[in-house]
Design a protein around this ligand. Structure first.
Ligand code: PNS
Length: 199
């Protein structure tokens, strides 16, 4: 019997409980599932590809048929190299649909033999995104229920580094380099005028 392999591509910056939920669901319907982190030189991620890979490997250690890999270039080319028959993507809400449909149809145009399979994460994760997790963490909110403990720990470490540089009086750009982006975002966040609360 032919084994069905699927690729689950994404940025995973950072991986969330929503991603994990989808991986678990995918692992139940595919014989093999490869979680594939896009190496995108044009993006400026919070976590390095190495960090993201480590986090995902640890998160998926309990699944026998799930592996983690990285790729660059077109997802369809990567999926073909991996001999995958499907691309797995999550749809959380109707707002995801338009972008995902566009991507799925483009991928089909590029590689008609490859199917995109959409799965929905548990409802409790329907509001969850890596971008919001980054924002909440950067602004000091609690992210404990949003990401696995290891990811929460890594986020806290990043924020601690950013805070250390943030709180130092010196403004040495060289010293700031490792956390520069985070610090810059924090500064940008501070410059946002607080919205008036609706009563
Ligand atoms: O987690 P994300 O950022 O929503 O994932 C988007 C991703 C990586 C799946 C998408 O950007 C992608 O497939 N990039 C690889 C380049 C590619 O194939 N582009 C054409 C897509 S139609």
């Amino acid at each position: 019997m032919k084994r069905i392999k699927a690729v689950y591509p994404g940025s995973f910056d950072p991986p969330t409980n929503g991603h994990l939920d989808l991986i678990e669901r995918g692992s139940k319907i595919f014989d093999e599932l490869v979680v594939a982190i896009l190496r995108n030189p044009e993006k400026d991620p919070l976590f390095s590809v190495t960090d993201r890979r480590q986090m995902l490997e640890s998160m998926t250690a309990g699944f026998d048929n799930v592996s983690v890999d990285t790729f660059h270039g077109l997802t369809v080319d990567y999926a073909l190299r991996m001999e995958a028959r499907a691309i797995l993507r999550g749809i959380r809400a109707i707002s995801d649909y338009e972008y995902e449909l566009q991507m799925a149809l483009m991928n089909r145009k590029l590689q008609p033999g490859l199917e995109t399979v959409f799965m929905m994460p548990a409802e409790k994760y329907s509001y969850l995104s890596s971008r919001l997790v980054r924002e909440v963490a950067q602004l000091g909110g609690n992210i404990d229920c949003l990401v696995p403990e290891l990811v929460a720990q890594k986020l806290r470490e990043k924020m601690d580094v950013a805070n250390r540089f943030d709180n130092s009086d010196g403004n040495d750009q060289r010293e700031m380099a490792p956390a520069e982006r985070v610090t810059t975002e924090r500064q940008a966040a501070r410059n946002i005028k607080p919205r008036k609360r609706k009563s």
